[in-house]
Design a protein around this ligand. Structure first.
Ligand code: CA
Length: 235
């Protein structure tokens, strides 16, 4: 680890890449040369760079497609990207498509100007970086029917998931057994109050297995259940 910002240079022509790598190294960056889009994806996955410079004309893929692929990788949307382009119609595409690229540089370029541009983009993105969001203890993914609790993926039955999703829709609110039966179970299934209790019991056990000291589901005697409103950030 050098502590210098790592810059991915994706350019198939080695004389241009050499110039770029040299100029960036001179400016205090840690450049890494990739000659193809495939190499770039690999390098990006291995370690997220501080910034990526993408040539539009690459042998295995065009720079626009590569941009989208990199953008979709974990954390890819946060990495500023700069296009390197040789033709004015490419510039039109960079600007017109509103890809969200941070800038472009037209070939031929001045290496010093390019390094200055990279520095300016990094400064700008450091300012724009959002404050880190504290992880929520309970994340319910209704589309995938998945629940993460303190970062752990829970293995829930259909009804346990339904119960938790219902309770989590309004933390703190008390749901009666009848309400939960009506919302989570099918109308024609044979279910009773104790069905709810039994599923809450197994659900609780699974939550406890992750965070033993956290009482996530409260029982309100004679009334029903509620999800704890203020789950501690870390158990
Ligand atoms: Ca090229």
């Amino acid at each position: 680890m050098t502590g210098k910002p790592r810059i991915l240079v994706v350019e198939d022509e080695s004389p241009i890449a050499d110039t770029l790598v040299y100029a960036l190294a001179q400016a205090g960056f840690q450049p890494e040369w990739c000659a193809t889009a495939a190499q770039a994806l690999q390098a990006f996955r291995r370690e997220r760079p501080a910034l990526a410079i993408l040539d539009v004309g690459l042998p295995d893929r065009n720079g626009f497609d590569l941009f989208r692929d990199l953008h979709d990788l974990p954390g890819g949307a946060e990495v500023p990207m700069l296009f390197l382009t040789a033709r004015s119609d490419e510039i039109d595409r960079v600007v017109g498509l509103e890809l969200g690229a941070d800038d472009y540089v037209a070939k031929p370029f001045s290496p010093r100007e390019l390094a200055a541009r990279v520095r300016a983009i990094l400064r700008r993105s450091a300012r724009a970086a959002p404050a880190p969001v504290p992880p929520t203890p309970l994340e319910v993914d209704g589309e995938r029917h998945r629940v993460r609790y303190y970062g752990t993926l829970l293995d829930l039955s259909r009804y346990e998931f339904g119960l938790l999703r219902e309770l989590a829709s309004r933390p703190g609110r008390v749901f009666s057994r009848d309400e939960l039966l009506a919302r989570v179970w099918d109308a024609d299934s044979e279910s009773f109050d104790r069905t709810v209790d039994a599923h809450v019991k197994t659900l609780r056990a699974k939550l406890k297995a992750v965070a033993p000291e956290v009482e996530a589901i409260r029982t309100l005697r004679g009334t029903g259940y509620a999800l704890q409103e203020d789950l501690p950030p870390r158990p």
